[in-house]
Design a protein around this ligand. Structure first.
Ligand SMILES: Nc1ncnc2c1ncn2[C@@H]1O[C@H](COP(=O)(O)OP(=O)(O)OP(=O)(O)O)[C@@H](O)[C@H]1O
Length: 247
């Protein structure tokens, strides 16, 4: 490694190099090289089937890349098992619900914190996570009685309770009311004060609320990477969303 490489590597949290995932003849992710800096908030967009979920699954170890590399804080992690990757500091909220209706909000956050920390530390973390997801007043409520948006915030709380350095959120605003979307954007901006995030989202208004840089996937590859405004004005992006509203 040259001195220039060392300087360039400074401040980089995550880097993928030529990351590729093939399923038989389908190339779900093709040659994706993406760099995320410390405390960056990146939005990933792209039409259905563009490869966003597959990309996330490789970052978390759920899928072993066909080829290419992933480095997190300079360490190679591609193909490591999900527990090892979580321990290194990558947390994810998927679209698959991960809550138990009969447990309270506090119990969910405590269990998530307890996985990483001792009991005493877990109790402190619970209070701060409840505050961050704006749910202190609902700490004792059973999750089964909450609205869809509130359940999503509990899941975000469970991820931050593990204290990861990088948080992956897969469509956090899907199915939410307008007010819930606003609150979610506020929560994400707040989390971004101390954590890096990659957020997959389809809701462009929501992306405008949170994003600085947007990476657009299409057919498994990176089509464009630029500021929100530049991406939304890009004819290539409009073309891949043909027939759909992009802003
Ligand atoms: N396990 C699998 N086996 C075979 N093909 C797969 C598998 N997982 C994903 N694919 C294919 O890979 C491509 C990318 O899918 P992926 O789910 O990553 O896209 P996406 O951008 O997340 O889409 P969406 O926005 O609809 O969630 C699609 O063509 C999909 O059918």
């Amino acid at each position: 490694m040259t001195i220039q490489d060392t300087i360039a590597a400074d401040g980089i949290l995550l880097q993928t190099s030529n990351l590729t995932m093939r399923f038989g003849g389908v190339v779900a992710v093709s040659d994706v090289s993406l760099t995320l800096r410390e405390l960056e908030l990146r939005c990933l967009i792209g039409p259905n089937g563009a490869g966003k979920s597959t990309f996330f699954k490789m970052l978390t170890g759920q899928l072993k890349p066909s080829t290419g590399a992933i480095s997190f804080r300079g360490a190679p992690i591609a193909g490591d098992d999900p527990h090892a990757i979580a321990r290194r500091g990558i947390g994810i909220k998927t679209q698959v619900p991960n809550v138990f209706d009969g447990l309270s909000v506090r119990e969910h956050i405590w269990l998530a914190a307890r996985r990483q920390h001792l009991d005493r530390r877990a109790n402190d973390i619970v209070a701060s996570v409840l505050d961050r997801i704006r749910m202190t007043h609902l700490a004792g409520a059973q999750v089964g009685r909450l609205s869809h948006g509130q359940r999503q915030w509990v899941e975000i709380g469970m991820v931050i309770a593990g204290d990861p350095d990088l948080i992956l959120l897969d469509e956090p605003a899907a199915g939410m009311t307008h007010d819930e979307v606003l609150r979610t954007a506020e929560i994400i901006r707040d989390i971004n004060q101390t954590k890096a995030l990659i957020v997959v989202e389809h809701d462009m208004q929501f992306i405008r609320m949170i994003a600085k840089t947007v990476t657009v996937f299409n057919q498994g590859a990176v089509l464009v990477e630029n500021t929100v405004d530049a991406v939304l004005a890009d004819q290539r992006v409009r073309d891949v969303y043909l027939g759909k509203k992009v802003h």
